[in-house]
Design a protein around this ligand. Structure first.
Ligand code: GAR
Length: 256
């Protein structure tokens, strides 16, 4: 990227896209100096696609359900996919038998190859997962790497990681009886919701709050946390370092 060009962001959604909206609003409002160059989804019914189209942002769909069906029908796997190589790197499914792991990784390789191909023309610097409800295997993560020095994928998760990874962060937080909930923005690594943490925001869970109230409070936090983390990335202020055996993010001070 040359010195004056804006960072090129791709966004993936699966659902309503309120986080996408918050990011687009931050760009429009001048708080976030990046260009959203495309928005993709894993299903054609994702409402976030309409939000992007309303702003004139190009959209695409990698229909995971249809692509998984193609795998069941015997579609050939991507030529650059090696089950052994991806299985050795991944930590999404540890210790599972190979006849469970193989279909899990092969199906995803087919879907992820489609996603990589659809993203390729946009030359993105950063991929932002804004409510994208699919995990990525190392096949995709290695395929998207924009720059060797920076992790290329950022995700928002609806819990204070490392508590409550998985698909229902606010629900798990609420049912556990937590008195504080929160959300986390992190880089994506080869595990599920396990990558280096960039930012977190919390809120109280009060007596009388139901799950809807928890989700409402959480989303409100997400809408400011996510754009602020993307801004730090765009400003080159996120540095991943290894400390005490863990990869963590240092936030560098603002340039004077
Ligand atoms: C958000 O709460 C986000 O944290 C969560 O999905 C919701 C999407 O809302 N993401 C995950 O659970 C990722 N595993 P949105 O579509 O309105 O932005």
């Amino acid at each position: 990227m040359d010195g004056n060009a804006k960072m090129r962001i791709g966004v993936l959604v699966s659902g309503g896209g309120s986080n996408l909206q918050a990011i687009m609003d931050a760009v429009k409002g001048g708080e976030l100096d990046v260009e959203i160059v495309c928005v993709g989804a894993d299903t054609p019914s994702a409402k976030g696609l309409q939000r992007a189209e309303a702003q004139g942002i190009p959209t695409f769909v990698s229909d995971y359900r249809a692509l998984f069906a193609q795998w069941r029908d015997g579609a050939s796997l991507p030529r650059d996919f090696s089950f052994e190589a991806v299985a050795a790197k991944q930590s999404l499914m540890k210790g599972v038998p190979v006849d469970t792991l193989r279909p899990f990784l092969e199906k995803r390789a087919l879907a992820e190859a489609d996603l990589l191909a659809q993203l390729a023309p946009y030359s993105i610097d950063l991929l932002v997962l804004a409510g994208f409800m699919r995990v990525f295997t190392p096949y995709f993560i290695d395929g998207i790497a924009a720059s060797p020095s920076q992790p290329p994928i950022m995700n928002i998760h609806p819990a204070l990681l490392p508590a409550f990874p998985g698909t229902d962060g606010y629900g798990d937080t609420f049912r556990y009886g937590c008195k504080v909930g929160g959300c986390t923005v992190h880089f994506v690594d080869y595990g599920e919701d396990s990558g280096p943490i960039i930012g977190q925001s919390s809120f109280p869970i009060l007596a009388g709050d139901d799950l809807d109230a928890v989700k409402r409070k959480g989303l409100t936090e997400e809408w400011s946390l996510f754009p602020s983390c993307i801004r730090l990335y765009a400003e080159g202020r996120l540095q991943v370092v290894e400390r005490w055996g863990t990869r963590v993010v240092d936030i560098l001070p603002e340039e004077a």
